[in-house]
Write a protein that binds this ligand. Structure first.
Ligand code: ZN
Ligand code: MN
Length: 157
């Protein structure tokens, strides 16, 4: 979903003020980039993008800005068992596919619905589902073992 820079700033300002935070240029730069990104960047990738736009911004400030966005409901933090984290400004329910080779995280077009989730817990006595997270893991088109096999059969460049 694309929205104008003005609409993005207005949404940020409203969410920050509703949670007692100030609107700052640093937070705005981070949110503008994240809301236009589909790559689920980590804090360092966000830093690399915004450092050219906001002179003097530090990685620590970027990290804190991202956490503020998460706290005011404008971004989701995707955490992984190796301790790494990626950020996503897309807040409607959707699932992710993660490449085990290059780490790329993609949105999945399809959606598992609530009733399908409930059917999974049938027979699980007394458990009420409040949320769920679905992540598909595998290899992206660039990293698929199949692709590597066909590449190595062809001429080297
Ligand atoms: Zn990959
Ligand atoms: Mn996503």
């Amino acid at each position: 979903m694309k929205s104008s820079p003005e609409a993005t700033d207005a949404r940020l300002r409203e969410a920050l003020e509703a949670t007692g935070h100030r609107f700052t240029e640093q937070r705005a730069a981070v949110y503008r980039f994240l809301s236009g990104a589909t790559s689920h960047p980590n804090a360092d990738e966000v830093f690399q993008e915004v450092r050219g736009l906001v002179p003097g911004i530090s990685l620590a400030t970027v990290y804190k800005s991202l956490e503020t966005l998460v706290n005011c409901g404008l971004a989701a933090k995707l955490t992984y068992s190796d301790g790494s984290a990626r950020y996503d400004a897309r807040m409607d329910l959707h699932h992710h596919a993660r490449c085990l080779s290059c780490g790329r995280v993609m949105d999945i077009p399809g959606l598992l619905l609530g009733e399908e989730i409930e059917s999974l817990t049938r027979g699980l006595d007394g458990f009420s589902v409040l949320g769920y997270r679905l992540e598909l893991t595998g290899f992206c088109a660039n990293c698929s073992p199949h692709q590597h096999m066909s590449e190595s059969a062809g001429p080297m460049n």
